[in-house]
Ligand binder design. Structure first.
Ligand code: C2E
Length: 781
């Protein structure tokens, strides 16, 4: 081998070694590269410093507009340029500066140019430093699959640089560099996507954190995808859920999805129905308190229509449920009070009426009979009068208890008021069964009642009417059972009677009483007493109630409670009522003419009187005859009068109102006045029945009813007066509850007209100074 040959072999070996070192260093740089620009720059540096090229640069295509950005590192031997040339050289055009690279990119293969051998050489070198000694240049396209990323340009001193082997090695290097660039770009895109995802996540988190109710986004696998701040506070003390946490673990502390113990899984509900779902869950909070949550789950659909999961909001409804429960209890309690007798807890008249209606309906279907037993305690008034109402009440409670024991659970026993009870027996085929029950009741009630220190003997009388035989309506059955009950009393009490039509024929006793009453009216045995009514706060006289008295020459004073019902039955109530009205009006006018300050006089009107077609005509005649201004007359009707024949009643009441007559509802609370009707009546006053006043300080039911009546009166702009006020504590409590008027023994019983002037005098004293009223003391008629 000649020296020349040996030198050229050594040179070739050096060249190969250098090329391999270059490839190895460039590969290491590519593998460890973390960012595209420094990596490309480093590869250029290696090509110059290790590879021995005069210059290396990379031009990268901008895939946005197919222009070429010469943005990566240029390297010159001995110095380094950080310049980035951004040029608008089109890949398919030929610009001055990037000739070489543009061409390699456009052709998609390497391009070699040599000084003198190629007419474009000067253009390819036009942007290079002028002092450089270039002999040849090579451009290799950076390709990744079908995509051309740009090209690497190398400049060397010799004209014959870049032989085939070298180009091959450099092609491998460029291939690695392309991979490196693509890998870094992918990584950059990935991290940008991850960043965007993170920001999106943060945005969503901020959105649901803004929701006040605990809110979760749950996947179909029960994973918690999002949980808002309120939910974290509620379930995890503010901590975020651990990754992969399941909703049932966090919300209920359960291993498996909800479904047991009546807890419906909201996710499954949404999956089952494909719609939003609402369920209630009982959960123990972080503080150990049991709370009820209303969970509202809305489906979270994906673009392909499949269910991604649910958005679940929870609302603590513990307090709302508690309030609802209290309201329900209050409503039940009010319903109960409206349908039950507070003293005995038996159904009251209202409930009894409904039950009887239903029983009649069932009897029509089953073709069986209904028996109505009307029961009245014999001489119960004596117990009340001699031992007091409290013991009387105890007896009534005990009677209620005993009645219940005599009946089947399906039978009804109710208290109508006072000492009157009714029993409904259904499914009757044989009247003997009814008689058996009646006998059983009589036997049970005739056993002594142990009340306080007393052994009381109470008997009762029972009248029985049958549906459908005796009557087809509640009123008819009641009326006939009542007639039969009176017959039982006449038969010596403590017995029962089935109704018979001939019972309407008056008994000799009744006929005697009737003729006595007629005589009483013609012989002036009747007298009007007046009970004063007072303003509770000022204790000023505001009215007088006229109450009739019968002074029998032999039997003495007979209570109106005993003869008014008879007068109603016989029709005598009509002339009696006219006498009362005329006397009361004349008396009121007389007092006014005597110079006493006028007060309103109240007169009781019974149902039969009120229903007389000429009732208003008679009233007009009395008013014109006596000259009393109708404003000073008040008519008291009972709830039951008001509730019968609504249309007629409202016409009569309106006629009265037009005349200026005041209207009051007596014994309010004992009947079943519909509020709907009440508000349509032109009534100005409600009288709280004395049965609610008696124990108003002791019995919470009485107090509740009195309070309701006062509130009702106030809401309907009516006056409210309490009757039967016997003690100062009752008066004080009524005043405190907002009832401003009262009458009762606390102030005075009903007294004859002559004594009434003493009330006027006292009223006069109280108002002295305010108003001077002349008092020509003329004696009362
Ligand atoms: N325990 C107690 N009782 C008190 C007290 N203050 C007043 N009373 C009594 O309570 C009754 C109130 O009259 P009422 O509810 O209209 O009840 C009256 C009314 O429904 C009827 N009545 C009386 N006079 C007439 C009348 O002229 N016409 C009509 N249709 N009915 C009348 O007879 C019922 C009974 O009348 P009276 O025996 O006079 O009984 C009166 C009165 O004396 C009190 O503090 N304690």
């Amino acid at each position: 081998m000649s020296d020349q040959e040996s030198d050229s072999g050594k040179l070739a070996l050096d060249k190969l070694n250098r090329a391999l070192r270059t490839l190895s260093a460039a590969s290491a740089s590519i593998i460890h590269g973390v960012a595209e620009e420094p990596m490309v720059e480093d590869v250029c540096r290696i090509l110059v410093e290790i590879g021995g090229y005069r210059l290396a640069w990379v031009g990268l295509a901008d895939d946005r507009d197919s222009s070429l950005l010469l943005q990566a590192g240029q390297h010159f031997r001995g110095r380094r340029s950080r310049e980035q040339v951004r040029t608008d050289v089109r890949i398919d055009g030929w610009g001055s500066a990037c000739e070489l690279i543009s061409r390699a990119v456009r052709l998609g293969r390497f391009v070699v140019l040599r000084r003198g051998g190629e007419d474009r050489w000067s253009q390819a070198c036009s942007r290079l430093p002028r002092d450089a000694d270039y002999g040849s240049a090579l451009a290799l396209p950076l390709k990744h699959g079908a995509l051309t990323l740009g090209a690497l340009a190398l400049y060397a001193t010799g004209v014959e640089a870049f032989d085939e082997d070298e180009i091959q090695l450099l092609s491998d290097l460029v291939g690695n560099l392309s991979h490196g660039i693509v890998a870094l770009r992918d990584a950059r895109r990935r991290s940008a996507a991850e960043l965007a995802l993170g920001q999106e996540q943060q945005f969503l988190q901020a959105v649901i954190d803004g929701v006040a109710d605990p809110t979760l986004v749950i996947s179909v696998d029960y994973d918690i995808l999002l949980m808002n701040n309120a939910a974290r506070q509620e379930r995890a003390g503010g901590a975020p859920p651990r990754p992969g946490a399941k909703c049932h673990e966090v919300l209920s502390g359960c291993d498996g999805p909800c479904g047991e113990e009546g807890k419906i899984c909201p996710l499954r509900e949404v999956q089952r129905t494909g719609k939003a779902a609402r369920v209630e869950h009982r959960q123990v909070g972080m503080d150990g308190r049991v709370r009820i949550f209303e969970l509202q789950a809305s489906p979270l659909w994906q673009a392909d229509g499949s269910l991604r999961g649910i958005i679940q909001t929870a609302r603590d409804i513990t307090e709302r449920l508690r309030v609802e429960e209290t309201l329900r209890e209050n409503q039940n309690r009010l319903d109960y009070l409206a349908h039950h007798d507070p003293l005995t807890n038996l159904p009251n008249r209202l409930r009894f009426n409904t039950r009887l209606q239903h029983a009649m309906g069932r009897a029509r279907e089953t073709r069986r009979q209904v028996a109505l037993l009307f029961l009245d305690l014999d001489r119960f008034k004596n117990i009340n009068d001699s031992l007091g109402h409290e013991l009387g009440d105890q007896v009534l409670r005990e009677v209620a208890g005993r009645l219940r024991t005599c009946l089947r659970a399906s039978d009804t026993v109710a208290r109508l008021g006072g000492d009157e009870f009714v029993v409904i027996l259904e499914g009757i085929e044989d009247l003997n069964a009814v008689a058996l029950v009646a006998r059983n009741i009589l036997r049970n009630l005739s056993r002594p009642f142990q009340v306080g220190p007393h052994d009381l003997y109470v008997t009762s009388s029972i009248g029985i009417s049958l549906f459908p035989g005796d009557a087809q309506s509640v009123e008819g059955l009641m009326k006939h059972a009542d007639v039969a009950m009176y017959r039982a009393k006449e038969e010596g009490r403590n017995n029962y009677q089935f109704y018979r039509p001939d019972m309407h024929v008056r008994t000799p006793e009744m006929l005697i009483m009737e003729s006595n009453l007629r005589r009483a009216m013609s012989e002036n045995q009747l007298q009007l007493y007046y009970q004063p009514q007072y303003d509770l706060a000022s204790r000023q006289l505001i009215g007088l109630e006229a109450l009739v008295r019968w002074k029998h020459p032999v039997h003495g004073m007979i209570s109106p409670a005993d003869f008014i019902p008879l007068a109603e039955d016989t029709g005598l109530i009509v002339p009696l009522g006219q006498w009362v009205m005329k006397t009361a009006c004349a008396q009121a006018k007389a007092w006014q003419e005597q110079g006493y300050a006028p007060v309103r006089v109240a007169v009781n009107i019974s149902a039969r009187e009120f229903r007389q077609l000429d009732f208003i005509d008679h009233l007009d005649a009395i008013l014109s005859e006596t000259g009393l201004d109708p404003h000073w007359l008040e008519l008291e009707i009972t709830e039951s009068i008001a509730m019968q024949n609504f249309d007629e009643t409202i016409m009569t009441l309106t006629d009265l109102k037009i005349r200026g007559v005041h209207l009051a509802i007596d014994d309010f609370g004992t009947g079943y006045c519909s509020l709907g009707y009440l508000k349509r009546f032109p009534i100005s006053k409600l009288k709280i029945d004395q049965s609610f006043v008696r124990d108003i300080n002791r019995d919470s039911n009485d107090a509740a009813i009195a309070t309701s009546i006062i509130a009702l009166g106030r809401s309907m702009h009516m006056e409210v007066i309490a009757e039967g006020v016997e003690r100062e504590d009752q008066a004080q409590l009524l005043l405190a509850k907002g009832c401003h008027q009262a009458q009762g023994f606390l102030f005075s019983p009903a007294v004859p007209a002559e004594q009434v002037v003493s009330f006027f005098s006292r009223a006069q004293e109280k108002t002295r100074g305010a108003r001077v009223i002349p008092l020509p003391r003329i004696s009362a008629p």
